[in-house]
Each structure stands twice: as structure tokens, then as C-alpha cells.
Design a protein around this ligand. Sequence first.
Ligand code: MN
Length: 202
Amino acid sequence: MFKQVELKYEFNALEPYIDTLTMETHYSKHHAGYTKNLNAALETANNTNDDIVDILSHLEKLPKDVQTAVRNNGGGYYNHNLYFASLAAHPKKVPSGELLDKINATFGNVDALKVQLTNAATKQFGSGWAWLSKNKNGDLKVTSSPNQDNPLMETNGEWTPILGIDVWEHAYYLKHRNLRGDYIKDFFEVLDWQVVEDNYNK
Ligand code: MN
């Protein structure tokens, strides 16, 4: 059974950047729903694999009739665990160490990376995600995905997301309405770069 990541903060802790009702609905309804539906789909398939990264990297190994359910709900489960774990009321505001070195070498500097992530997030048509991912060599790249897809599925696990920006309207519409760009600015105010660093160094 897969379980939602436990929040290290209260639903109201990210105000005024991400509002309380959005956090509560997003975690308790949307994320809870993906998790429940993932577990149901895997039970149908008599799945005993408890490694979600492996499952999402090789959806083709699942029975055909549950692949779509696991893609959508397993993606929703994994992506939101990454997202909620990366937010904090008192975040580390800038990356350091090996991740910072790699960002500077790849994108020029942290601000240039944020511009790339913001572009990927604002240009994703409809629902989806923007990602910063790493491969086994420690290289970095920025991409976006539709729906609940992610780089694990798209590259058979070659690239692992270390930072994800949820740009489904449910992530921001109550507060930011149609202004996705404002939400992305606010997202960066509560993004904990310590968590991104930990994901990079894993
Ligand atoms: Mn979401």
C-alpha cells in the first residue's frame, strides 16, 4: 500500500503564497484520491512491487488493462509526494553545494534556471507539470509533461525529477485564478532548495 507523504507543515503555513483552502483540498482530496486509486489499480493487478519509481519507469510491465490507471494515479501519487515534500514555510531560499555548481554549469545561474522552469510551466498547455530532473551522471534538464505524466515514464527511468511544479488549475485557481505566472512566482517563495539538493544528492 502506498501512502501519501506526511506534510512537515500545516495547511495554512504557506500563506500568503499558497492559500490554506488550496493546500487542504489539494492534499486531502486530489492527492488522497490519486493514492487511493493507485492502490486499487495495483491490487487489481496483484502487484507486489513496492518501488513506485520502478513501477512508473516500466509501466509496460503491468497488465495492459491497468496501465492507464497506474500512469494517471501512480503519476499523481508520485508527483504530489515530490511537490508537497518540496514546500516549506521557512525554506532554504537558494541551492548550494554540488547542485548549485551543476546549475551554474548547465544554466548559467539559479535565476536562469528559474526562467527556464517558469517558461516550461507557463507554456505547458492545459494540465501538467514542469520539472527539473537529473540522470545517473548528475546532469540536469528542464522539461514539462501533460496530465500526471513525469520524466520517469517518459524516459524509462533514465531521468528522475528532483523538483516539480504542479500547474494543474487545482494547484492555484482558488487564489491566483487565471494567473499561472503569479502562482509560479509564489511557488518559488515556498520552495525549499534543501529538499531539491537532497533529491539531487540521493
Ligand atoms: Mn495537483
